[in-house]
Design a protein. Structure first.
Length: 379
């Protein structure tokens, strides 16, 4: 008898958090926040259930969702207090109920928008609190700074309607959007005036649409990546090599951060980072970050561009480094990982090309090329 639904327990907390932290490309929320969510939920008896997308009925109602806002705002609020307040009022559950009201149907499955230390656990928490199942997959296989940057949007799934509930209790619904980034831009505006954070649901779809559009198996992959990192660390082996082996990554540079310039702008932490290698003469990598690492140049040569992954890992532990942690003197390994084919398919559509445009992170002339092509003749 097939048992497609998998229950996650306490033994999965650390592997999942390690995995989403490493794959999150510097964003998606700090895994320390995810630990607060998961440990509190499990102590209170909530059950985390995940299901492969291929097992979701074609006529089922599925929605995505997550949290919006500035990392610095969440840190200033104190995340333990934020999660404690969810017992009284959980903004993401309110956004889910608002979506059900718009659709006139009960949501049966939720799917994460991205992989990250906050936005993956928060969707597990939503599913558990709503009594539904979370899909083993997401829209990216990494984290991204804007809501329209997904595999969904390039496969015919509309972002709207998008209910948004902010920290102060305001509810805003974006019913239609004339261009893909509008809902995200409006959401950021609302969040900055509504206490700095908010929760939204979006991308309502059927199970059949989910199967065509989702990046499948990413929760399982994150668990495998996390376990590989933890086992390598415990066995005094190279955790970065373990990450590369399981995630299909390539080590592009091991070095030290020599320059960081950035600011918190409109709900995003936008940064330019320089990493200098240890060789002689040293290689130099330049990274552009908009919450997440979006593109990188090695000695002036483009080596990776969003949605391919540039993961920043601690050389000693393999832990994913958050973009807000980056500071001069920090040792990092920069690892490139090809994105899933679903994202590349999305890029071939006008909607996907607009959603993923380099103009969204300050590089309007940057065009996507697969990482395999960009690094094929590197030494």
């Amino acid at each position: 008898m097939r048992m497609p639904v998998r229950v996650l327990g306490q033994e999965d907390v650390e592997p999942l958090l390690e995995g989403v932290g490493a794959l999150g490309t510097g964003g998606g929320g700090d895994p320390a926040w995810g630990r607060v969510i998961m440990e509190r939920d499990l102590r209170q008896g909530l059950t985390y259930r995940i299901i492969p997308p291929e097992e979701v009925p074609d006529d089922a109602v599925v929605v995505s969702g997550g949290y919006m806002g500035s990392v610095k705002t969440l840190e200033e609020m104190g995340f333990e207090k934020v999660v404690e307040d969810w017992d009284r009022r959980f903004e993401l559950l309110e956004a889910l109920r608002a979506m059900e009201g718009l659709l006139g149907r009960r949501v049966e499955y939720v799917v994460p928008f991205e992989l990250g230390g906050l936005n993956t656990p928060v969707m597990l928490s939503l599913a558990a609190r709503a009594g539904v199942v979370m899909v083993d997959g997401d829209a990216l296989g990494r984290a991204a700074p804007e809501t329209q940057m997904t595999s969904f949007i390039g496969h015919g799934v509309r972002l709207t309607p998008m209910p948004l509930v902010d920290r102060r209790g305001n509810t805003v619904i974006v019913r239609e959007a004339a261009y893909p980034a509008y809902a995200d831009e409006l959401g950021r505006w609302v969040v900055t005036r509504g206490g700095g954070t908010g929760a939204n649901t979006h991308y309502p779809m059927t199970g059949a649409e989910l199967k065509r559009a989702v990046v499948p198996g990413t929760i399982s992959l994150a668990l495998k990546v996390g376990r590989a990192i933890l086992e390598a660390r415990a066995g005094r082996e190279d955790p970065v090599a373990a990450f590369c082996r399981v995630a299909g990554g390539t080590l592009l540079l091991r070095g030290r951060v020599t320059e960081v310039s950035g600011e918190d702008r409109g709900g995003f932490y936008v940064t330019w980072v320089t990493v200098e290698g240890a060789g002689a003469p040293p290689e130099r990598m330049r990274l552009v970050i908009k919450n997440e690492t979006m593109a990188g140049w090695l000695d002036g040569r483009l080596v990776a561009v969003f949605p391919d992954l540039l993961c920043l890992l601690d050389p000693a532990t393999g832990r994913g480094i958050m973009s807000v942690e980056l500071a001069e003197g920090l040792e990092v390994c920069v690892v490139g990982v090809p994105c899933h084919g679903r994202l590349r398919e999305a890029l071939d559509t006008p909607e996907g090309a607009a959603a993923f445009s380099g103009a969204r992170y300050g590089c309007p002339d940057l065009e996507y090329r697969p990482i395999e092509e960009l690094i094929k003749d590197l030494g």
